[in-house]
Ligand binder design. Structure first.
Ligand SMILES: [Ca+2]
Ligand SMILES: [Ca+2]
Length: 337
């Protein structure tokens, strides 16, 4: 109670003193973000985008993990895809680049891997005659490690997404755009229903689909950042500070049935472990994004040594110490001054 009164008295005094704090000092108070990891654009290219090739409904993770691919202005997604496949030494069939349609793609060592369809999806496959518990798959399994249209199930095939949406035009007709995430995905059910990106065009019964509408572009960009940046990469190896979070992140994105909440939580935990994208709003002690009187009181309590805190938001003017000036600045921010 006494402490409370003292704080209120100091705050009242602080309010009066507000006009004495040079306005300039406050100019520094702007949201600060850890520097974004922007990959370098290689000589001769116009930008980079993230691309991946995934086989998640079969539990077979990625052929190409989310990775940065440089592009030339005006290139189509088809052109870029073909370059990616060639860079990775992957055989493919898909016709010419003017009307490209990926019909098969090499999955190295596919014959040595075991298919593992998530249970909720397998239920749908069985109920809709794509898989029989005695007979197995409705269609032939791939040969020569070429994963293509009509393998495993009648509905299987390659699809692609531009920022988590399957475009209704072919990849030859989509120009590459800066900052986008392009994913090649092997679908085995419902024309992308298994990927959570389609309602099955009305041909398949609805089911409780954890993947429906889940966006992964942000998480895939983080994955690409890690693969691109030696400094980040060195933090995720076994025994390294962000290893545990990285493993949890991989588990979340390798599983087709991960919900948005699960992917976001894994993303946040890994970002934090890597010290990335943590936004510090000076003065926002409770981290709700806004500076209020509550925050100002907390800054003041820290300044007066009433509570201990290593919250960087307390040092509002960023001079390395927390004192009454910081509390005043927080109060000004709270009052919109
Ligand atoms: Ca706040
Ligand atoms: Ca300070």
């Amino acid at each position: 109670m006494k402490i409370c009164k003292r704080i209120m008295a100091v705050l009242a005094a602080a309010a009066m003193l507000l006009t004495l704090v040079p306005a300039l000092a406050f100019a520094k108070v702007a949201p600060e973000t850890a520097p974004e990891k922007t990959p370098e654009v290689p000589e001769g290219y116009d930008g980079v985008v993230v691309m991946s090739v995934e086989v998640l409904p079969l539990g077979l993770a990625f052929i190409v993990p989310p990775t940065y691919v440089p592009y030339h202005e005006g290139e189509s997604v088809a052109q870029l895809s073909v370059r990616l496949f060639e860079d990775y030494g992957l055989s493919y069939t898909g016709g010419d680049l003017e009307s490209f349609y990926l019909t098969s793609l090499e999955y190295p060592n596919l014959d040595m891997l075991e298919v593992n369809v998530p249970d909720y999806l397998m239920e749908q496959l069985i109920a809709n005659y794509c898989y029989d518990e005695d007979e197995g798959w409705d269609q032939a399994e791939p040969t020569n490690n070429m994963l293509g249209t009509g393998n495993y199930t009648y509905y299987s095939g390659w699809m692609y997404a531009d920022n988590d949406v399957i475009p209704n035009v072919g990849s030859s007709d989509v120009p590459v755009e800066e900052g986008h995430v392009y994913r090649w995905m092997y679908s085995i059910y419902g024309y992308g229903m298994d990927l959570g990106m389609s309602d099955g065009w009305g041909y398949f019964p609805e089911f409780d689909n954890p993947a429906m509408g889940v966006t992964r572009s942000e998480a895939y960009t983080l994955f690409a950042d890690i693969l691109e940046d030696d400094d980040l990469l060195s933090q995720v190896g076994a025994g390294c500070p962000a290893h545990e979070e990285f493993v949890a992140f991989l588990n979340a994105i390798y599983y087709q049935g991960s919900t948005q909440e699960e992917i976001d939580a894994a993303y946040d935990a890994l970002s934090e472990a890597l010290g990335l994208g943590v936004t510090v709003v000076p003065g926002d002690m409770d981290g709700d994004g806004a500076v209020t009187a509550t925050d100002a009181i907390l800054v003041l309590r820290v300044a007066m040594g009433l509570i201990e805190s290593d919250n960087p938001a307390a040092d509002v003017d960023g001079n390395g110490t927390v004192n009454v000036t910081d509390a005043l600045l927080a109060l000004r921010a709270a009052m919109g001054l």
